[in-house]
Ligand binder design. Structure first.
Ligand SMILES: [Zn+2]
Length: 229
């Protein structure tokens, strides 16, 4: 079956629509260049999300530069009401993750969901140069989303339990034995440090635009904010 006539040039078509899309986004806000660490979360397509992040020199953890990145990660984490954030998501290709599961977040889930996903609390925690050891190779499949793939979710298989070690923000060794949802969050953030997004490992047919019903109800008039109000 012939899909394209000879006169169609795929590359030039792609270029046109790419430029059209870029102009559309560009017209929304006046461009201004603020270097990373960003105060917003970057989106899929940003090359930094595809890099293998570099380890932090442990001697520099207390430096102004590293502490500024950590502070920015905490600010963004809190602003987005997040449960996990990796430094590449604010434009910094370093091996730093932030994880946490607060009471406020837990309350957004039903008792059944909390039990099925094995959700437990964890105070905000920074882990530098994190390393993961799988402690239960059984996999659980649950829907997962990512602030860097805004608006979507999909089913993603993850190991049931992992041990996490690394350094905290003061440069002290840290070790966390986790299971269930926390282990899922950790695996998701570790993937970010290796340039992997959940869309690479998801069950592809489950990819869902979270707003599809509202889009139908409102005849397509829906805006998606890329930063919390
Ligand atoms: Zn993510």
């Amino acid at each position: 079956m012939k899909l394209l006539s000879k006169s169609v040039n795929l590359n030039s078509n792609r270029g046109l629509s790419y430029n059209k899309m870029k102009n559309w986004y560009g017209n929304l806000v006046k461009p201004r260049t603020i270097p990373p660490p960003y105060k917003h979360i970057t989106q899929i397509g940003d090359p930094t999300l595809r890099l293998k992040a570099q380890p932090v020199d442990v001697d520099t953890i207390k430096s102004v530069k590293v502490q500024k990145i950590i502070k920015q990660m905490r600010d963004v984490f809190e602003k987005y009401n997040s449960v996990g954030l990796a430094a590449p998501q604010i434009g910094v290709p370093l091996r730093i993750i932030a994880i946490g599961f607060s009471n406020g977040v837990m309350k957004q889930w039903s008792a059944e969901e909390i039990q099925a996903r094995d959700m437990t609390l964890l105070p905000f925690t920074i882990v530098i140069n994190p390393e993961v050891k799988i402690t239960d190779y059984n996999k659980l499949v649950f829907p997962e989303s990512c602030e860097s793939v805004k608006g979507y979710w999909a089913d993603v298989p993850r190991f049931k339990a992992v041990n996490l070690n690394g350094f905290n923000q003061n440069g002290e060794a840290l070790n966390l034995e986790t299971k269930g949802w926390l282990s899922r969050i950790i695996q998701h953030e570790m993937d970010h440090l290796n340039g992997t997004l959940y869309t690479d490992i998801m069950n592809r047919k489950s990819l869902t635009c979270g707003g599809w019903e509202i889009i139908n109800e409102r005849n397509g008039s829906v805006n998606l904010p890329y930063k919390p109000s």
